[in-house]
Design a protein around this ligand. Structure first.
Ligand SMILES: NC(=O)C1=CN([C@@H]2O[C@H](COP(=O)(O)OP(=O)(O)OC[C@H]3O[C@@H](n4cnc5c(N)ncnc54)[C@H](O)[C@@H]3O)[C@@H](O)[C@H]2O)C=CC1
Ligand SMILES: O=C(CO)COP(=O)(O)O
Ligand SMILES: [Zn+2]
Length: 344
């Protein structure tokens, strides 16, 4: 089980990056993987902080979380003899840096600029290859530095998406229990309990999640850390990714303009909780209070793609048994989507 050594959450934490690197004795050559926007938001600041202490820094702007991109980053890391990598930005930059660092056998720091997903701490990387998104075992970050001031300035939509990614633990754990009972898949009580508790605390705190507040960011970041730790304990993404995530991965394949990962997972949780016969209204209401989308319209995705994704979700990870079993029929998909109000 791999867990981060340092987790820093608070205001002006970007200013602490050099202290963390020197405490951890990470070396003199650093490679930052960041996004187009997030380079200006935090990437350059992190580079300047490191350069002030004599560390050589190269910045690589990454687009997609693909295996090709991981290989590109590994190539740069080899050329510059990188001692450590930093993922500065959103989920995709962090996943690319995480897997490239793992494969290049050097430490990695996670510096999220948005609280939009629970990969900020996990020892998994979600990478797309030949149209398939797989969750790949990777090293956990040596340290996580979450600057709540930076994250509070990010569009609120990203924070609400992070809440959707956490709330999705509710159905992920139900799916995992089902797979354990029906197929005897390995199950960790501790990982499942931590993942469920994290989602339940967030549901209870839904009305405290507001735009522009560092206090809201702290609640969400702590929950993302907790959820990421659950994945590390499990040694798989099972406690935080079930049928609702398969639905989101299916939408990424099918919809011409997919929405954010956490937004799609939140709606997936409403749908899959209905199929589990659970309290789907509680999930919908929590997402509504937070301000996350609860309908296809709010997601910006046409109803027909929601229905197609529902029917095809079980094909995403056939080895991962969930409530979707061997698939649901188009008629059943229509019933679940209409009854829950996801389509009208
Ligand atoms: N490794 C793991 O365990 C996990 C991985 N993931 C993966 O993470 C990805 C989703 O991550 P997301 O961050 O939701 O999406 P994303 O990586 O596509 O980023 C969404 C957008 O947020 C913008 N952004 C980030 N910080 C910003 C800021 N401060 N101000 C303005 N814009 C900002 C970025 O520029 C980007 O356009 C997916 O690929 C998903 O599969 C999700 C959960 C867990
Ligand atoms: O997104 C995740 C947990 O929130 C895990 O990712 P996968 O769905 O790729 O396993
Ligand atoms: Zn997720």
């Amino acid at each position: 089980m791999q867990l981060p050594r340092d987790v820093l959450v608070g205001s002006d934490m970007l200013g602490k990056v050099s202290d963390v690197c020197s405490d951890l004795q990470l070396g003199r050559n650093a490679l930052i993987v960041t996004g187009q926007k997030t380079r200006d938001i935090a990437g350059i600041k992190v580079a300047e902080e490191l350069e002030e202490t004599g560390i050589n820094v190269q910045i690589h702007v990454s687009g997609s979380a693909s295996m090709e991109e991981v290989e590109n980053v590994m190539e740069i890391a080899r050329e510059m003899d990188t001692d450590f990598l930093l993922g500065v930005g959103s989920g995709k930059s962090i996943d690319v840096a995480k897997l490239a660092a793992t494969r290049h056998n050097v430490p990695f720091l996670s510096i999220p600029t948005a609280a939009s997903h629970d990969g900020i701490v996990s020892s998994r990387a979600s990478i797309t290859h030949n149209g398939e998104t797989t969750s790949i075992q990777a090293s956990a970050p040596m340290a996580v530095i979450a600057d709540t001031e930076v994250i509070a300035k990010a569009p609120f939509r990203l924070l609400a998406a992070g809440c959707g990614d956490i709330i999705s633990n509710c159905t992920a754990v139900l799916d995992w229990q089902l797979a354990h009972r029906l197929q005897n898949v390995a199950f960790s009580e501790y990982a499942a309990a931590l993942a469920s508790m994290t989602a339940n605390i967030l549901i209870e705190s839904a009305d405290s999640i507001k735009p522009d507040l560092e206090s809201s960011v702290r609640i969400v970041v702590k929950a993302l850390v907790s959820s990421g730790v659950a994945m590390s304990i499990a040694g798989s993404s099972r406690p935080a990714s079930g049928s609702e995530h398969m639905f989101s991965h299916a939408l990424n394949r099918i919809a011409p303009n997919p929405a954010l990962h956490g937004e799609q997972c939140g709606i997936g949780t409403i749908l899959m909780m209905y199929l589990h016969g659970g309290d789907w209204k509680e999930i919908r209401d929590a997402l509504r209070i937070i301000g996350a989308p609860t309908t296809a319209h709010e997601l910006g995705i046409e109803d027909k793609y929601i229905l197609q994704a529902l029917v095809e979700s079980h094909k995403i990870r056939p080895e991962r048994y969930t409530i979707l079993g061997t698939g649901i029929t188009p008629d059943a998909a229509e019933v679940v989507a209409r009854t829950t109000g996801v389509i009208s």
